[in-house]
Design a protein around this ligand. Structure first.
Ligand SMILES: *Cc1c(COP(=O)(O)O)cnc(C)c1O
Length: 716
């Protein structure tokens, strides 16, 4: 029985996709066949019963497949397929899922006023599911959330990124607590993606001029709901080994490779759109990496006789640039030789001389070129990612615009997070009961969330307890596996069963372990940390995150936290480091903790989004008032650490660590353990409601995409 691809048949790659789906469907029994097309669109991953349907066919195999349904279905034993075919309840769920996803995908487009065509959303990384490891952290997850939300809102959009054959590194700790890195190869054959073919049926093969030679690439298509994501890939036989390495690793350690990646993403992305006859209404550059896309488009206008100045003036209206980096050092610069070595033929194609080309990418005369100044110059609308970050960006880039700081044309659109992805089942059920059917579509409206004030505390507390218990179960199972892999003593491996208390106040700290995130503040005063953790009112701490492979300081901080538990048997059961932070780990942590901790050095956290994900789940913040939390904290809906800037970072560290411990010891712990006769922490629950009612609407991806569609995308 042939199945049809309903993943937007208008779009290139649709026939390829239909063929792949048919091959997969042939392996399945009639009742399971609908799963073949579901597997090739990540919409299942944020549909409520989606993951559970796959898992319930065979939980062990689902885990082995890393949540990748194409690999999972392709590897099923015939006996498993037969057993599923004899399970009517399961087949009914397959049918219901198929109908839900089908209805979702088939809604008509909902174009926005002033946006006459698709938005081409360019980013160097996309994080939408752990089974597609082409992201490193917040930037990628945000990009993934924008695609998902655009899909939910039926906003026409196309994503453009790179397909990293080895993705981002995986993390393992050795028994001394030192981070080790390893890379796993992504195999497109067993992933939910198809190679885009040209009109002749052969795989599309394009090239971009890089380092004086053509770099060839092919194009993959991944469906993220209604949004096709095009991923460019230099792993083709026409390239030599070094050229093929261009898309091997995300943010490769070599500067020359990184420049080649940005060249491929920008110029190659635009060439792919042109080859597929897609004319975007808006070009959205998410961070500066893809900014050569605009120059590529300008070069085609110059080839038709326009001047560069005219071409850029005409394009600028259609280009949106979002900056995510609040420190100058975060915006990488290059020597003119490196820059011209990579992009040396652009000046000729743009009809300008080399110095004029360099000037486009310099933030100051004779300064080193970089992608961010270029993005600022070629875009007509620019934004930071929180109110505070907007201010910081205006101050930082004032010299480039030569205007008073307040007039620097950089606005802000505060980030948001995709609620359906990050909301755990217990809180989803509770909120759906009290906020009404369809509340997710109205998530940006504060009135939607007003309903939380009517939730009985007992019910709220039951959902929170359920969430925490699920997290404890997950962390125990994962840590036991981690310990086995590390070759720990079996007694220690078994001891995980006594680790963590499903009723104890649970703190979460999980993110990329960049130095400015100050993981080390947790152990700034080790004795005090031990006293709080080992106190009569139990507190437990879950930590997760990867340090950059070259960041020895980050690895040291990780090791210190790890050793905190090693040195002290009593708190060993109360501190767990969850290895290999990724979207899957994140989803579990943000839904099950009680308190989310974020201690960035102000103003380095442009936005931060993990705390938003936690907030939707009824998790309270205990965080520095930087990024989104500077905007979200109202004195009642969590706890804020002022974290004011200080010329001496050591002074700020000491002060902020003390405030953190003080708040934890004197406010957070007592409030959590203040219970009524039924064991419910009434005032804690009221705080959760205050947090949901305020943070829910403000930091949903729905509000974020509404803002982009209303303020940043319209071209007329
Ligand atoms: C949300 C998320 C991030 C970003 O979190 P921050 O709070 O911005 O650091 C990073 N990695 C993963 C896997 C995430 O889900």
């Amino acid at each position: 029985m042939p199945t049809t691809a309903r993943n937007g048949s208008f779009f290139p790659g649709a026939a390829d996709l239909a063929a792949r789906i048919d091959v997969l469907a042939d392996r399945l029994s009639d009742g399971l066949k609908p799963l073949a097309s579901i597997a090739y669109n990540y919409a299942w991953s944020w549909t409520r019963d989606g993951a559970a349907v796959f898992r319930d066919i065979n939980p062990h195999r689902w885990e082995l497949a890393g949540g990748n349904p194409v690999r999972f279905l392709g590897d099923l034993w015939p006996g498993t397929v037969e057993a599923a075919e004899r399970n009517p309840a399961l087949l009914e769920r397959v049918q219901a899922l198929s109908e839900e996803v089908g209805t979702y995908l088939e809604r008509p487009d909902r174009p926005r006023p002033g946006v006459d065509g698709p938005v081409a959303f360019f980013c160097a990384e996309f994080g939408f599911h752990s089974s597609m490891p082409i992201y490193s952290g917040g930037l990628g997850v945000l990009a993934g959330d924008i695609l998902k939300e655009a899909s939910d809102q039926a906003l026409p959009m196309i994503g453009i990124g790179l397909f990293y054959r080895r993705g981002y590194f995986r993390q393992r700790l050795d028994s001394a607590g030192r981070q080790q890195e390893y890379w796993v190869t992504n195999d497109p054959k067993s992933m939910p993606m198809v190679r885009v073919t040209g009109p002749d049926g052969a795989p599309l093969l394009l090239d971009v001029p890089l380092s004086g030679e053509p770099l060839y690439f092919q194009v993959w298509r991944v469906d993220v709901g209604r949004i096709p994501l095009l991923l460019l890939d230099s792993q083709v036989p026409e390239n030599d080994a070094v050229q093929r390495w261009t898309t091997a690793r995300l943010y490769d350690g070599s500067r020359a490779i990184r420049l080649a990646q940005y060249g491929l993403l920008g110029m190659g992305g635009m060439r792919a759109l042109q080859a597929l006859r897609i004319d975007p209404a808006v070009i959205h550059l998410n961070e500066g990496h893809p900014s050569l896309a605009v120059l590529e488009l300008a070069a085609s206008r110059v080839a038709q006789g326009a001047t560069l100045a005219d071409a850029l003036a005409e394009l600028r209206d259609r280009v949106v640039f979002t900056t995510h980096t609040p420190v100058a050092a975060g915006n990488e610069t290059y020597s003119p030789d490196e820059f011209l070595g990579a992009f040396g033929d652009l000046p000729g194609r743009l009809g300008i001389d080399v110095s004029e080309f360099l000037r486009l990418s310099q933030s100051a005369p004779d300064g080193p070129p970089g992608m961010t100044p270029l993005a600022l110059r070629v875009s007509g609308r620019r934004n930071g990612v929180s109110r505070l970050h907007g201010e910081v960006a205006r101050r930082m880039w004032q010299p480039l615009f030569d205007l008073p700081e307040a007039d620097v044309p950089i606005a802000h659109v505060t980030n948001g997070a995709h609620i359906p992805t990050f909301l755990g089942d217990p809180m989803y059920r509770l909120l759906t009961e009290h906020l009404g059917e369809g509340w997710l579509e109205r998530a940006a409206d504060p009135a939607t969330w007003a309903g939380v004030h009517g939730v009985p505390n007992g019910e709220l507390w039951a959902a929170r307890r359920d969430s925490r218990e699920r997290l404890v179960t997950y962390v125990r199972a994962k840590s036991q596996q981690d310990r086995l892999l590390r070759g720990e003593q079996i007694a220690y491996v078994r001891a995980i069963e006594d680790c963590l208390d499903p009723n104890a106040l649970t703190l979460g700290f999980a993110r990329r372990l960049a130095t400015y995130k100050r993981l080390y503040l947790l152990t700034q005063d080790p004795d005090r940390a031990r006293r709080i953790l080992g106190g009569a009112q139990p507190v437990q701490l879950l930590i997760s995150g990867k340090a950059h492979p070259n960041d020895e300081g980050g690895k040291d901080a990780l090791q210190r936290v790890y050793n905190l538990k090693r040195e002290d048997g009593e708190i060993a059961e109360r501190v767990v480091f969850v290895e290999d932070y990724d979207l899957d780990v994140a989803r579990h942590l943000v839904s099950g903790c009680d308190v989310w901790v974020n201690l960035p050095r102000k103003p380095m956290e442009a936005s931060g989004t993990s705390g938003m994900k936690a907030a939707f789940n009824g998790v309270l913040q205990l965080s520095v008032l930087d990024g989104w939390w500077a905007e979200g904290f109202d004195g009642e809906n969590g706890w804020g650490i002022p974290g004011d800037e200080d010329p001496d970072p050591g002074v700020a560290d000491q002060r902020d660590a003390t405030t953190f411990y003080d708040l934890l010891e004197h406010e957070v712990v007592p409030l959590f353990y203040e219970r009524d006769a039924e064991g419910v922490p009434v005032r804690w629950c009221e705080k959760i409601k205050a947090s949901l009612a305020t943070n829910g609407p403000m930091f949903s991806a729905t509000r974020m995409v509404d803002d982009y569609a209303a303020w940043m995308y319209p071209t007329r």
